[in-house]
Design a protein around this ligand. Structure first.
Ligand code: PLP
Length: 391
């Protein structure tokens, strides 16, 4: 190495490091911080699920599984998708067990994209979508949703950015960071666009278990859409299993087999003990999921109402565990707000602009933390706002 040549790929060089990390690092060095920053459940994985993994180790299940995952687990996922969402997938050819929903997103994009293909990313969006599209050789085309529309994408907005190079639309409902959940009629309108322009839809349904209002609809359950949908899901959020790194992806056979090719070379299979844990989560973990969901809903109701009472206007999120209040009344940018709130009151939130331009003027607060801490956070935010209202 002579110091002049860069060995790093241009694509990687151009990726921005995740903005969330910077705030976590800042907060990690401080004492007494209430973190509303992290996007993960505050619950420990239910005991029966942990016990199933321990048992699998005791019984010596320490080798690889089939590339696509344990057949028993894929059968259980197929049953779950049918029963909970009314979509039927073949465990033999349409389901792949992955290392979190993150790896599912990665192999889905790599399986479908040729260099220069465009993927529409609905903003504000989960921080990984844009980098993952770029890493797969694609071109992310960001479409901004508006708070006036409850951060819901309108079909005409999609139609405006579709070109001959558009291959897919990425959706996430319930959404990270806004908590917005799309209704069946809204999904149908997007389905019409997908049909009209012959597009795929990558539907990130990782928060499907945490839908609080009305009936949750999977995009694949919309008539005619199963053949166009790559459905990404997993155990991290609803089942409180972030550290197990277990997800899955369901797609028509040709796409599933393409994803499996990448998965088998790059990953071999998802961790075996985590697969046994997931099997138990689906077989017996339902009541735990319901209890956690009830608890999130209670906290959502308290937290969102309190933010609105403080003047930080916030729509009621239909799902996930995020509130996305407007901080425009302070006259601060979302980064200034988050940084000053952390320094002055030791409350960590995530600046909305990290999730795309349309997130500016907002911050993401995760309410997956105890009621006591939420109450204390609201007190501190109130105190902060006393000093930071626009003149
Ligand atoms: N998709 C969304 C929308 C997320 O918010 C997250 C995690 O924050 C993921 C995917 C990744 O999930 P996993 O932990 O299963 O990789």
């Amino acid at each position: 190495m002579n110091g002049t040549k860069s060995y790093i790929s241009k694509t990687v060089e151009e990726l921005k490091p995740s903005g969330i990390r910077r705030f976590f690092d800042l907060a990690a060095g401080m004492e007494g911080v209430i973190s509303l920053g992290v996007g993960e459940p505050d619950f420990i994985t239910p005991w029966s699920v942990r016990e199933a993994a321990i048992l699998s180790l005791e019984q010596g299940y320490t080798s690889y599984t089939a590339n696509a995952g344990l057949m028993e687990l894929r059968e259980e996922i197929a049953g779950y998708m049918q029963k909970s969402f009314g979509v039927s997938y073949s465990p033999q050819s349409e389901i792949t067990v992955t290392v979190g929903a993150s790896q599912a997103l990665d192999i889905a994009l790599r399986a479908i994209l040729d260099p220069g293909d465009e993927v529409i990313v609905v903003e504000p969006s989960f921080v990984s979508y844009v980098p993952l599209v770029a890493l797969a050789g694609g071109v992310p085309v960001q479409v901004q949703t508006l708070k006036e529309n409850g951060f819901k994408i309108l079909p005409e907005q999609l139609e405006k950015v579709i070109t001959v190079k558009t291959k897919a639309i990425m959706l996430c409902s319930p959404n990270n960071p806004t908590g917005t959940m799309l209704e069946r009629s809204e999904l149908k309108a997007i389905a019409q666009i997908a049909e009209k322009y012959d597009l795929l839809v990558l539907s990130d349904e990782i928060y499907a278990e945490l839908a609080y209002e009305g009936d949750y609809t999977s995009f694949a359950a919309i008539s005619g859409m199963k053949k166009r949908t790559i459905l990404i899901s997993g155990f991290s959020k609803g089942f409180a299993m972030t550290g197990w790194r277990l997800g899955f992806v369901c797609a028509p056979e040709a796409i599933s087999q393409a994803m499996l090719k990448i998965h088998q070379y790059a990953m071999m299979c998802a961790p075996t003990m985590a697969q046994f844990a997931a099997l138990e989560a689906l077989r017996a973990g339902r009541s735990d999921v319901e209890d956690m969901k009830k608890s999130y809903r209670r906290r959502r109701n308290y937290f969102v109402q309190s933010l609105n009472d403080l003047g930080l206007t916030c729509h009621v999120p239909g799902g996930a565990f995020y509130a996305f209040p407007s901080i425009e009344s302070t006259g601060l940018s979302s980064e200034e707000f988050a940084e000053r709130l952390l320094m002055a009151e030791k409350v960590a939130v995530v600046p909305g602009n990290i999730f795309g331009k349309s997130g500016e003027g907002h911050v993401r607060c995760s309410y997956a933390t105890s009621m006591e801490l939420l109450q204390e956070a609201i007190k501190r935010i109130g105190h902060f706002l006393d000093q930071h209202q626009k003149a």
